[in-house]
Design a binder for this molecule. Sequence first.
Ligand code: KIV
Length: 271
Amino acid sequence: MSIHKEVKKVTTNTLLKMKANGEKISMLTAYDFSFAKIFDAAGIDVLLVGDSAGNVIAGYETTVPVTLEQMIYHAQCVVRGVSRCLVVVDMPFGTYQSNSDIAVASAIRIMKETGGHSVKLEGGEEVIESIKKIVSAGIPVMGHLGLTPQSIYKFGTYNVRAKEELEAEKLKHDIKLLEAAGCFAVVLEKIPAALAKEVTASVSIPTIGIGAGGDCDGQVLVMHDMLGINSEFKPRFLRQYLNLEKQIDVAVKQYVADVKSNDFPNESESY
Ligand code: KIV
């Protein structure tokens, strides 16, 4: 008899079936064991070990400095907390853009060293050789189009992408390339809802939106944003489900007061 509880794991095939059946996909970022465990138990379908770790964990201004070692560490922590979710691990800047051999070597390291189930990388035609090679190695790939934060210095701002015809046409072309290359899903970040609706209908693989309207096949948010840990960040697309920053502030102030007043620990909290 197995000591492991039987759970129906989410796979890349599950996501394809969910799209075909019109069932929406829920995805959240996670960077550590404790939150991954809570999110997995709460019924999230996909956990993304995002390179947004660079912003919300490390405090960098952009995701550009994030390293493969850092992503591997976060992914290892998340995987230990998961029993049901599909875990997607972001490939950080510099680990797949320059050459498809480096890309496949980076993806193999992520898979072997973390136990994650798939990788995500940003871009369309420019990185298609890398995607093909990673998929050929048997590693599931999630694409990422629209606002691709690793290219922030090319874009100059985090504004909505593909509002102009030329960029919208490129995105329509790119998503077809990603589908043909074998991606199992694509994140669409900060693009007009009408464009997201059109490209979602044009492919058989699921689209996961963030700031891309309600017609994507699923939605993703950064956990710190939706839990209100970083309450200064309030983009239009964000729904904040908690104000954890405020709640933590109240709790920590109370703890400080209790320690200072010698109220904590009391007798029942002592041995
Ligand atoms: O790194 C990340 O958190 C992401 C999401 C914003 C999709 O790529």
